[in-house]
Design a protein around this ligand. Structure first.
Ligand code: CTP
Ligand code: CA
Length: 225
């Protein structure tokens, strides 16, 4: 149970959250995806709702149930997630991009199911997707923009590089190499990385991490005023 239950500190905030993987079509029945369950994004949406925020959730294909009372835009691909996020960003005050967006998408998906006897392939041409976090960060004005970094090694170093490259306010760095945290797990081993500090948040349940991220985002906002 959270100490913040019953709190209304996010009343007046409009929190945009991206969650889950994206599916990039190869043909109508096959796609490229990743291991994200969407759990972290859903916990962020639930926590923000419980604390009084107006929440817009942009959800990739997620198997888990979406919490009630949350405006949800369902998308499949990185391109659809990009378009929905850009649209929703205008009226957001805090954006937390927890989705595991595909970095590459097939450049020319087939409009029919590929048949191995007819359309033999030995490679799939790919193009890079748009970086939603970098794009929103470059237009952030007085909004707070938070990104995630799921890493298997050199977790904090990579997160610091990502913070600089993307221009967001903070990166939540996760160690996904462990068996007790990360993709599909209820826990995350996380660090809060900003341009001025690296805070070790330890091993936390995703709901507790969600509350920590929201509190730190709000603090950022207050400090900027
Ligand atoms: N992200 C995004 N759009 C993309 C790729 C990533 O918005 N096309 C966001 C993720 O939601 C996350 C952050 O950027 O908040 C970092 O994602 P990550 O995959 O760790 O970073 P990349 O820059 O894609 O680097 P790499 O995968 O090579 O580590
Ligand atoms: Ca990536």
């Amino acid at each position: 149970c959270s100490l913040l239950q019953g709190s209304t500190d996010l009343v007046g905030e409009h929190v945009l959250i991206t969650a889950g993987p994206t599916h990039e079509p190869i043909d109508p029945v096959r796609y490229i995806a990743n291991r994200s369950s969407g759990k972290m994004g859903l916990e962020l949406a639930r926590a923000a709702r419980d604390r009084g925020a107006n929440v817009t959730l942009i959800a990739g294909p997620i198997e888990l149930p979406i919490p009630a009372g949350i405006e949800t835009i369902h998308v499949q691909t990185a391109s659809q997630m990009h378009n929905a996020a850009v649209k929703a960003f205008g009226c957001s005050t805090i954006a937390i991009l927890a989705a595991a967006v595909a970095d590459y998408t097939p450049s020319a998906p087939s409009d029919h199911k590929l048949k191995k006897a007819v359309d033999p392939i030995d490679s799939i041409p790919l193009i890079q997707t748009q970086d939603i976090l970098a794009e929103l960060s470059s237009n952030k004005e007085d909004r707070i923009v938070i990104g995630f970094a799921a890493e298997t090694n050199d977790v904090v170093d990579y997160a610091e590089a990502k913070l600089k490259r993307k221009g967001c306010d903070a990166i939540v760095a996760n160690d996904v190499s462990r068996s007790d945290a990360g993709f599909g797990s209820s826990n995350n081993r996380a660090w809060w990385v900003t341009s001025s500090s690296v805070d070790d948040l330890g091993l936390l349940e995703k709901r507790a991490l969600a509350d920590e991220i929201l509190s730190r985002s709000l603090l950022f906002k207050t400090n900027l005023k």
